[in-house]
Design a protein around this ligand. Structure first.
Ligand code: ACM
Length: 264
């Protein structure tokens, strides 16, 4: 299976332009089977306030979803895309998983970062696992990384690959992802964005360096801080089903939940 990420700098406030760029970029690349795009890939990140974010949001199943499904259909791929989701009067910082047939699933970001707390409602989907070509995938969005419980939950539910959409402004995760991958023995496809957004007194400089990490913690593909484009690599997702770190240590069988306190 070939997995990849599209590292780019979404144009703020213009889903149409971003969709055009995504469509053109995917078309001229040898498509991976699964492609991950950054957080809020269609709208940009630095909203003035919740009204502005609301004006750029859309329900799952709307026109933007239709466009993403048509890109997936034309290129025979599955995409995880950071998506500004509206449901009634609420906004969610979501990741939408689509293939050529439609929406496979949605994850709503649980752990909101900084000003996101005044714009989005905290996610209420939990951490669902979806199937793509008989492989199990879990979705995460950016700051979820700093809560090890998030990826652990997905791994315990059988996720082989974590499709992680991000707008990272800190530089820890590109290193920490190695630990997350090893402690869960999963693949991580991190799609981070590039560029700077400076709007209404907020300045976000995004840290790029999207990467793919294997279950042994090896960074098997990495983009530069400013590099843009689709990067992909062949993996064997079944490697994630072997949870052994030594011949005598299976990291799931060796867990001792009876001693883990104050988790809930
Ligand atoms: C982040 O969660 N966008 C840093």
């Amino acid at each position: 299976m070939r997995v990849g990420f599209f590292q780019f700098s979404p144009i703020f406030g213009s889903p149409a332009k971003n969709l055009k760029l995504i469509r053109e970029s995917v078309k001229k690349t040898d498509s991976p089977d699964i492609l991950v795009l950054p957080e809020l890939a269609l709208t940009g990140y630095t909203f003035e306030d919740s009204e502005e974010a609301y004006s750029l949001s859309e329900e799952v199943g709307g026109k933007l979803t239709g466009e993403l499904v048509s890109i997936a259909r034309e290129n025979r791929l599955t995409m995880a895309v950071g998506f500004l989701e509206r449901e009634g009067k609420h906004l969610y910082n979501s990741s939408i998983l689509v293939n050529g047939e439609g929406v496979v699933g949605v994850y709503r970001k649980v752990h909101l970062f900084r000003e996101e707390k005044s714009i989005f409602k905290g996610g209420n989907t939990g951490f669902p696992v979806f199937e793509v070509n008989n492989i199990k995938v879990g979705l995460l969005v950016c700051f979820d990384w700093i809560f090890p419980e998030a990826m652990r939950t997905l791994a315990l539910k059988g996720a082989d690959i974590i499709l992680h959409s991000a707008n990272l402004v800190l530089t820890y995760y590109q290193k920490a992802a190695i630990t997350r991958a090893v402690e869960n023995r999963v693949f991580i496809v991190l799609a981070n964005r590039t560029g700077i957004e400076a709007r209404f007194g907020s300045r976000n400089e995004f840290t790029g360096e999207s990467e793919i990490v294997d279950p042994a913690g090896k960074v098997i593909l990495k983009a530069g801080k400013e590099e843009e484009g689709i990067f992909s690599i062949d993996i064997n997702p079944e490697e994630a089903r072997d949870k052994k770190v030594t011949d005598l240590n299976d990291i799931f069988e060796d867990r001792k939940p009876e001693f883990y306190e104050n988790w809930g």
